[in-house]
Design a protein around this ligand. Structure first.
Ligand code: BES
Ligand code: MN
Ligand code: ZN
Length: 523
């Protein structure tokens, strides 16, 4: 009798408290880019052409083998080769090729930014996939740096979230892209060292962010990134579960998680690429794997978009992945604050008061203002545990930020104005653009509570600023802290040159990777 009971208990324990099996790890490898100096001798080809229809060595090789037929074909077309335009031509007889998609690279001597080159690469691969269904080899003869950027753009431009599309006829991500370029080795060196790690990081971030919430929840988010980080050096992972949260007094994240059958988690990634003892950069991400609003429930319209409410956490992990994969010479820590905001029978209520790691007491006015709650504990943990040289948080925090700045700028809020210019610059360089919004004493005053220390949502006023003030309440004033509200930019319904799918943009990965590279790694 006793033995049978023990066996029963053991089975219960193995099955987990709520009866579901071990967390899945939704994942797939990113597309790989292969470089070669050899032109294909059959099939189709993408060929980059500068304005004025200047052919590079690869184009000249095809042209010479066909007695100038390529040049004649191009001239007959009046193709201007402006940046990001394209034109399909029949391949000259004798080349063995069938069709060539000419893609414009713009004026050869006009300087273009890395981002402009990448955009051309993204448009080229998308035009190729539209023309041929799958991307043929991409022949580019720009200078090595620029060709590496074209390849980076092509990889991201071919990103589709297609894991659950079983119809083989539909357009999908390429497992592999081939770039043909005369200086293949030089291009490959640049690409592998500086660019592919970032492209991989963005790819994995998008996949995590796009996953539906039935498959990606706090535990499976942790399992997925544990899998990704396994391959990287100088990385240490730690996980806090709901018992740790209770023990340490993290009542705010615990309270958000308690309405869901899926327990909350905090995933911590420590990367040590810098000198031992140097204070790390700490990045904290909002990881609400689904936001129903909780008891202050949201309406049904566009509710499905709330599967993206963990995008800050995904981009935080993605940034750490990029830093570790390219061997950045910095110390950095990423913290994902993970919970599902559900209105279960154990859910917290408006009016509840929760106690935080900092000791401050929060009056819950609105259970839909949950992002700032999970961040309150996670950011305080990051601040006091690591004493960071820079503390950043990324969060799909308020509709207010999306309304104020639309889909092209994230909101930046900080008490440390001296940090702003370099972030604006990194935004322009990377394409993850940011704009500063106000954070003043009045915003801190607006969130005082009558019955506790702070309320989690003010009734009226500038929601993006009071939300930032709330988070700032849990950060020491002297810590150089910058908050990014990415609610408007984390996902989009439109494809873009560097993203073929609607959905996650991986916003923040490039911004922070670029900022860190420019500020901490160039001496
Ligand atoms: N996750 C939302 C913010 C959001 C809204 C992100 C739209 C992306 C698109 C957040 O948790 C939220 O619900 N914020 C509330 C705060 C309010 C209750 C104080 C909001 O912005 O309405
Ligand atoms: Mn919410
Ligand atoms: Zn939310």
């Amino acid at each position: 009798m006793i033995r049978r009971f023990t066996l029963y208990m053991l089975c219960l324990a193995l099955a987990g408290v709520h009866g579901h099996a071990a967390a899945e790890q939704p994942t797939r490898p990113p597309t790989t880019v292969v470089f070669t100096a050899d032109l294909p001798t059959e099939g189709s080809l993408v060929l980059g052409v500068f304005a004025g229809n200047e052919l590079g060595p690869l184009g000249q090789e095809i042209d010479a083998n066909a007695d100038g037929a390529l040049t004649r074909a191009i001239e007959a077309l009046e193709f201007e080769a402006e940046a990001s335009t394209s034109q399909l031509v029949a391949a000259p007889r004798g080349s063995g090729l069938q069709r060539i998609l000419l893609v414009g690279l713009g004026e050869r001597l006009a300087p273009k930014s890395a981002l402009e080159w990448q955009t051309i690469g993204g448009n080229a691969v998308q035009a190729a996939i539209a023309a041929f269904k799958t991307a043929p080899p991409l022949a580019f003869d720009a200078p090595a740096d620029n060709t590496a950027d074209l390849a980076f753009g092509a990889k991201l431009g071919s990103y589709y979230f297609d894991r659950y599309i079983t119809d083989g006829e539909r357009i999908r991500s390429q497992g592999e892209l081939t770039v043909v370029t005369s200086a293949a080795d030089a291009v490959q060196d640049i690409y592998r060292q500086a660019l592919d790690p970032v492209a991989d990081a963005m790819w994995l971030t998008r996949d995590a962010s796009n996953e539906p919430a039935n498959l990606l929840y706090p535990e499976s988010f942790v399992a997925t990134w544990q899998g990704h980080f396994k391959a990287l050096d100088r990385v240490k992972l730690r996980v806090l579960d709901e018992r740790d949260m209770r023990k340490q007094g993290m009542g705010a994240i615990y309270g958000v998680g308690q309405g869901s059958a899926r327990p909350p988690r905090i995933l911590i990634v420590e990367y040590s690429g810098g000198r031992a003892g140097d204070a790390p950069i700490v990045i904290v991400g909002k990881g609400i794997t689904f936001d129903t609003g909780g008891i202050s429930i949201k309406s049904a319209k566009n509710l499905w978009n709330m599967k993206f409410d963990m995008s800050g956490a995904a981009s935080t992990m993605g940034t750490l992945y990029a830093l570790a994969a390219r061997g950045a010479r910095v110390n950095a820590v990423g913290i994902a604050a993970l919970a599902e905001n559900m209105p279960g029978s154990n859910a917290q209520r408006p009016g509840d008061i929760v106690s935080t790691l900092s000791g401050k007491q929060i009056e819950i006015r609105n259970t839909d203002a949950e992002g700032r709650l999970v961040l309150a504990d996670a950011i305080h943990y990051g601040d006091i545990t690591y004493d960071p040289v820079l503390l950043v948080d990324l969060a799909t925090l308020t509709g207010s930020a999306a309304r104020a700045l639309g889909n092209n700028y994230a909101a930046l809020l900080t008490r440390h104005d001296e940090l702003v210019p370099d972030f604006l610059a990194a935004g322009e360089l990377s394409g993850d653009r940011v704009w500063e919004m106000p954070l003043d004493d009045e915003h801190f005053e607006a969130i005082e509570s009558n019955v506790a220390d702070v309320i989690n949502s003010g009734a009226e006023g500038p929601g993006l600023s009071t939300a930032a003030a709330f988070i700032g309440t849990f950060v020491r004033e002297q810590t150089p802290w910058v908050h990014f509200d990415i609610a408007g930019v984390a996902y989009s319904d439109e494809p873009a040159p560097l993203k073929a799918s609607p959905g996650s943009t991986s916003f923040g990965v490039r911004l922070l990777d670029t900022y860190i590279r420019e500020r901490f790694e160039t001496h």
